[in-house]
Every structure is written in structure tokens, then in C-alpha cells.
Ligand binder design. Structure first.
Ligand SMILES: *Cc1c(COP(=O)(O)O)cnc(C)c1O
Length: 432
């Protein structure tokens, strides 16, 4: 008996931390299990407290595109830590980070750093309201923009996993200002914008949804959102917290050629440290305090450790055009092979993929919004997840999340994953 086990740690954690975890998606509830506790991670691998090694596809939910504990990122953090961990005063690192982001994303003239994606989206909404003088917002079912009150209506990620439509504690009068529409429904978006145009501050959307599982935008969906918001002087916010720097150096917007008014970033730009950011046109961003009246602040905003990790990451990604292409091809190959394995055993799955992120939905129908995603067989997903985990492949403990590959995932990882999947499918077929 090892003296440390995930089970005993989880028992102890549950005594002191609600549900035993500091973020609900970590709890393994929807897959009828309890979390494994992690000791360390390196490259594509993550190690639990009992010494087991897994191939990691959770990637800390998106940030770790270079793989875990990348030497240059680690060195940057160490070097920064030796100079002090926080000053509450401006640093050159923040200027460098802002310039990198402004140079990378065509729609951003100015950017404000914060400490999480939640903060970024929450403040982008406040800024949109302050800038337009209007109060209503439109979001899409199954999209997740962090857990700020206005955004916790029909949200994705853990909210979808646990089947919570909203959340107690969100004032009804605030929730009433959030209009929720089905993702990819162009007609619904046109009529809702027309109906509420005089009260609408913004439309916020994940340009590729990652929080109901990966769902791609249909042709014309985002273009239409851009057109109708521009026509009525409503701000369009792209939440690129997941998609930013995931498939290319820049965001979804670089590839699609659509310029939102505001963009939210997080995850990858922090290199694994707590970071968020939002940016946009100068005229909008200058409404923020202290240049304007819309208030936002943060003790640890632009923190030197986080900036150093982020800068090290972005400076590598900037020179990674080839690596991005290889990553895309490797992920495509993995998805194709997975699809084949399931087809051989006649288990219906749909795989949605964008760049190096994908979701395997247990359904035979096209998945294009939350309703179609929710048709997936989540109990089959739970069994698949547990089998894969016992074969040392660590996927997200929920059907409604994305899997991520990193630059550190090599051919061996893909081979092992496919081999584990073959075994898993045999067992799934046996027991059904
Ligand atoms: C993860 C995520 C957030 C929230 O970011 P946190 O850093 O977890 O607060 C917001 N929007 C999207 C699209 C995300 O994927």
C-alpha cells in the first residue's frame, strides 16, 4: 500500500474543499469516478501520486500547447521568481506582452492583462455595456465564458457536465439581461438582434466552441454575427480563451478574416500560469480606467511570473509555423484512426476537430449546437473514459470538453493512444 493514494487524498480533500476540488470539472462526477491526484507532468505525460504515467489530453484544459514543464518556460519562471514575484507596479514584461498580442491579433489595438479568462470575459462585457450605454447581451447555449453572473446562463463546460441550467446566486434580474440562443442558428441570431437592438451592448461567442465539446461554426454564422452587430452598433466579442494561439500564431480571427470588436484571451498566453487578457479597438479600450470611466483592476494583473511564462511560450509559438502544421496533421491522423476503430465495431461516434483540439461524441448525428451535443450517450462516454484511463490515457472526465494535443505529443503517443482505444472498444463491445 503506497502511503499516498488519490483515493485517500480525495477523502481528505473532500473534508476541507467543497467537493474535494477547486474547480468542478476536475471532480470526475459525470464519469462515476473520483479524481486522480497529480504529482508532476512533463512533455505529453502526466504522473499521479501513485507513480502512474498517463498520456495527457487534458492539457490543463488548454494552456499547455508546448507540453508540460517546457524547459524554456520553466527557466523563464525561475529567472523571474529570483527578481521578486509581484510588485504591484508596471514592468517592461507587460509592455512586451501587450505588444506581442497587439501584433498577433489584427483586431486588437490595445490590451489589458488580467488573471483569468473569467475576468477577461466579465470585464469585456462590462466594457461593452459602458461603451454602448446598453445593458442586454447575447450569448450562445453551450458556450462558456467563465463564471461571471451575466455569463452563467445556459453555459457550457462544468455547468453543462453537471446539467445545471443556470446557477443559484445569479440574480434573476441580471440573468434576464442575458439572451441565450442556439449556437450556429443564424435565423435566431438575426431575429434576436433585430428585436433587442436598442438594448443590446454585445454579442459574445466562442468562434469555435470548446466548452460543449468542440463545435465548429457553420459557414456564415460568424460572418452574419459580424454584419448584424456592426449594422446596429452592437459590439461583437470573440472569446478566444481556448482558440487563441491554439491552431495558429494568433486567433481564430486570423484564419477566418473576421474582426471582432473585443477579443478575450487566456490559457495559452499564460504558459500555464494564471492569466487572461482582453483587447480591441483603441476607441473602445480607452473607455477603461484610468483612461476612461469603466472600472477594472487587479492586484496580480500582469504578474511578472505569469508574463514571463507567457512571453516564453509566445516567443516559441511565433517561430512555430511548421510545428503548428505538424500538430494539425498529427491530430487529424489521430481523429481519423479513432473514427475507424469505432466504425469497425459499429459504435456510432462523431469526431469534431479544429486544429489540435477535438471531441469524440458518442452519437450518430452531426453535432453543431448544444442540443445535438447533448444527444451523446454520456454513460458510454463515462465507460470509455474509465477504460482509457485504466490504459493510461488521460482524457477529460466529461463528454462536453475538448481533448488537446501539444507539440510534445509524438508518434509514440498517438500509437499508444490508438492501441489503448482498440482495447477499450473491445471491452465496451463485450459489456454492451
Ligand atoms: C476556460 C475558458 C474561460 C475561462 O477562463 P478561466 O481562466 O478558467 O477563468 C473563458 N472562456 C473560454 C472560451 C474558456 O475556454
Amino acid at each position: 500500500m503506497p502511503n499516498k493514494s488519490s483515493k485517500s487524498l480525495f477523502r481528505k480533500a473532500s473534508k476541507y474543499i467543497p467537493g474535494g476540488v477547486n474547480s468542478p470539472v476536475r471532480a470526475f462526477r459525470s464519469v462515476d469516478s473520483t479524481p486522480i491526484f497529480i504529482e508532476r507532468a512533463s512533455g505529453s505525460r502526466i504522473y499521479d501520486v501513485e507513480g502512474r504515467e498517463y498520456i495527457d489530453y487534458v492539457s490543463s484544459w488548454g494552456p499547455m500547447i508546448l507540453g508540460h514543464s517546457h524547459p524554456e518556460v520553466v527557466r523563464a519562471i525561475q529567472k523571474a521568481a529570483e527578481k521578486g514575484t509581484s510588485y504591484g507596479a508596471p514592468t517592461e514584461l507587460e509592455v512586451e506582452m501587450a505588444k506581442l498580442i497587439v501584433d498577433a491579433l489584427p483586431s486588437i489595438d490595445m490590451v489589458r492583462m488580467v488573471s483569468s479568462g473569467t475576468e477577461a470575459a466579465m470585464t469585456a462585457i462590462r466594457l461593452a455595456r459602458g461603451y454602448t450605454g446598453r445593458e442586454k447581451i447575447i450569448k450562445f447555449e453551450g458556450c462558456y465564458h467563465g463564471h461571471a453572473d451575466s455569463l452563467l446562463v445556459k453555459a457550457g463546460s462544468g455547468v453543462a457536465t453537471l446539467g445545471i441550467p443556470g446557477s443559484p446566486g445569479v440574480p434573476r434580474r441580471l440573468a434576464e439581461l442575458t439572451i441565450t440562443l442556439p449556437y450556429n442558428d443564424i435565423e435566431a441570431a438575426i431575429s434576436a438582434v433585430y428585436l433587442h437592438k436598442d438594448d443590446l451592448a454585445c454579442v459574445i461567442v466562442e468562434p469555435v466552441a470548446g466548452n460543449m465539446g468542440v463545435v465548429l461554426p457553420r459557414k456564415g454564422f460568424l460572418e452574419t454575427l459580424r454584419d448584424i452587430t456592426r449594422r446596429h452598433k452592437i459590439l461583437l466579442i470573440f472569446d478566444e480563451v481556448i482558440t487563441g494561439f491554439r491552431a495558429t500564431y494568433g486567433g481564430f480571427q486570423n484564419l477566418a478574416g473576421i474582426e471582432p470588436d473585443l477579443t478575450c484571451l487566456g490559457k495559452i498566453i499564460g504558459g500555464g500560469l494564471p492569466v487572461g487578457a482582453f483587447g480591441g479597438r483603441k476607441a473602445v479600450m480607452e473607455k477603461l480606467a484610468p483612461s476612461g470611466p469603466v472600472y477594472q483592476a487587479g492586484t496580480l494583473s500582469g504578474n511578472p511570473l505569469a508574463m514571463s511564462a507567457g512571453l516564453a511560450t509566445l516567443n516559441i509559438l511565433r517561430k512555430s509555423t511548421e510545428a503548428y502544421l505538424r500538430l494539425d496533421r498529427r491530430t487529424a491522423l489521430l481523429c481519423e484512426e479513432l473514427q475507424k476503430l469505432f466504425a469497425q465495431k459499429k459504435i456510432p461516434v462523431r469526431i469534431n476537430r479544429w486544429g489540435s483540439m477535438f471531441t469524440l461524441f458518442f452519437t450518430e448525428d452531426d453535432v453543431f449546437d448544444f442540443t445535438s451535443a447533448a444527444k451523446s450517450d454520456t454513460s458510454l462516454y463515462a465507460r470509455y473514459f474509465r477504460e482509457m484511463l485504466s490504459n493510461k490515457i488521460y482524457f477529460a472526465p466529461s463528454q462536453f470538453e475538448a481533448a488537446f494535443l501539444s507539440f510534445a505529443h509524438g508518434d509514440k503517443d498517438i500509437e499508444k493512444t490508438l492501441h489503448a482505444c482498440e482495447k477499450t472498444i473491445r471491452n465496451l463491445a463485450k459489456r454492451s
